[in-house]
Design a protein around this ligand. Structure first.
Ligand SMILES: Nc1ncnc2c1ncn2[C@@H]1O[C@H](COP(=O)(O)OP(=O)(O)O)[C@@H](O)[C@H]1O
Ligand SMILES: [Mg+2]
Length: 165
């Protein structure tokens, strides 16, 4: 349907989005999510609620570019999503910390793995670590940079809660 004249384009634009998790499921027409049509304006706050297995996490994987749709189109900020988005963040419901790395090294892990940070990681480690320390302070984890995940439960449970997805 044509956009209303003068209306701003949506920031998030899902058009008839379907996802089957693999080729076998696709062949069986077993879709994790079906026919999602959703438009979200810039600055708009939305929450998606529903029972376990209804597709909330799948929606987030699609919206952040971690999964590509089997059908349909996803446009974010005017661009078709064709891979993981740098502008998005996701707080996973289950902890995904590596127990053998300190708090600081857990925060730095994505920068060690993902380009364009990976190739500069050695030369920019001090700069990245400073930014990571600032972020940890922001969420109430200042002072826990050198602790391991198993030893900072008390701090984590009193830190501000972030939305679980
Ligand atoms: N990796 C996967 N492979 C196959 N099916 C999956 C996978 N992850 C989720 N699903 C299926 O996709 C559907 C939606 O799951 P999910 O998005 O995790 O739901 P929610 O987050 O709302 O609990 C469910 O039927 C689930 O079994
Ligand atoms: Mg989920």
């Amino acid at each position: 349907m044509a956009e209303l004249a003068g209306a701003a384009a949506p920031f998030i634009d899902f058009r008839d989005v379907w996802l089957a998790y693999n080729d076998e499921l696709l062949a069986q027409r077993q879709f994790a999510v079906e026919a999602i049509d959703l438009q979200v304006a810039q600055g708009e706050f939305i929450a998606i609620v529903g029972p376990s297995g209804c597709g909330k996490s799948t929606f987030m994987k699609l919206a952040t570019g971690l999964k590509r749709p089997s059908r349909g189109s996803i446009v974010i900020d005017g661009r078709e999503v064709d891979g993981p988005l740098k502008i998005s963040g996701m707080a996973f419901q289950a902890p995904s910390l590596l127990p053998w790395r300190t708090t600081l090294d857990n925060v730095l892990l994505p920068l060690e793995i993902v380009e364009p940070y990976r190739s500069q990681f050695r030369s920019k480690r001090a700069e990245y670590a400073e930014r990571a320390r600032a972020l940890l302070r922001q969420v109430g984890l200042g002072g826990y940079e050198s602790k391991y995940p198993g030893s900072c439960r008390a701090a984590c449970s009193s830190a501000p809660a972030s939305a679980a997805r």
